[in-house]
Design a protein around this ligand. Structure first.
Ligand SMILES: Cc1cc2nc3c(=O)[nH]c(=O)nc-3n(C[C@H](O)[C@H](O)[C@H](O)COP(=O)(O)O)c2cc1C
Length: 197
């Protein structure tokens, strides 16, 4: 196995994009482990650690997830079979219950009224997702994200408990030339405001 070297952080940021095309080359298991650990290391409100990760590498199970995710609709749109071909699928999950439990502990109830103007379990899932995406790039791999809205039956397939919500599937593999999403043609909006909106 190659020794882990990693990239300059700015290069990782510049290279990161959602990739929907992969080769069939296997992923170094140690690299995959580092990528998942990066997700685990993401921040969480109150250190609730409500995020969990189901790492799927078995080809049959990957195909089954691709089927549930409606991969043929991507093929019809001119994309590669990126879900089944990605050598690893990381199903990102979050648990609201875990936050409710954590914020019910004495050090939290002192200054928390048990309501969340912003649901931290979704916020923290986003942070975990980004850590995984960036760590994949850092390993010379590429990654994509598939929202859960289109994946009925995933929780049953993977035995995910009732109080844990799958958020989406992170696809990871060696990048192949892929088709850019049409969404990107819309260009970048001005979203930064200095000093005042
Ligand atoms: C929360 C979230 C859900 C997404 N869901 C999907 C999806 O279901 N299918 C897909 O092909 N891309 C999905 N994407 C990828 C976006 O389309 C992509 O991030 C966006 O077009 C910007 O492209 P870039 O990430 O390559 O810069 C999702 C991205 C995010 C952050």
């Amino acid at each position: 196995m190659d020794e882990y070297v990693g990239m300059e952080f700015q290069d990782v940021l510049d290279r990161r994009r959602m990739v929907r095309g992969y080769t069939n080359d296997p992923i170094d298991p140690e690299a995959l482990e580092r990528i998942v650990v990066a997700g685990v290391r993401a921040p969480s409100a109150g250190f609730s650690q409500g995020q969990s990760f189901v790492v799927v590498t078995d080809p049959e199970r990957r195909s089954r997830i691709a089927e549930l995710a409606g991969e043929p609709t991507y093929l019809e749109a001119g994309f590669d079979p990126w879900i089944s071909r990605a050598q690893a699928l990381v199903v990102l999950c979050t648990s609201e219950n875990r936050y409710r439990e954590r914020y019910g502990e004495p050090d939290k109830t002192r200054h928390h009224d048990g309501t969340w103007p912003v649901p931290w379990w979704w916020v923290d899932a986003g942070a975990a997702m980004q850590n995984v995406l960036l760590a994949a790039v850092d390993e010379g791999l590429a990654a994509g994200f598939l929202g859960i809205q289109a994946i009925d039956g995933l929780a049953d397939l993977l035995g995910i408990p009732d109080d844990v919500s799958p958020v989406g599937v992170i696809t990871i593999g060696h990048p192949a030339p892929d088709r850019r999403s049409g969404s990107l043609d819309r260009g970048r909006r001005e979203t930064v405001h200095w000093e005042q909106w």
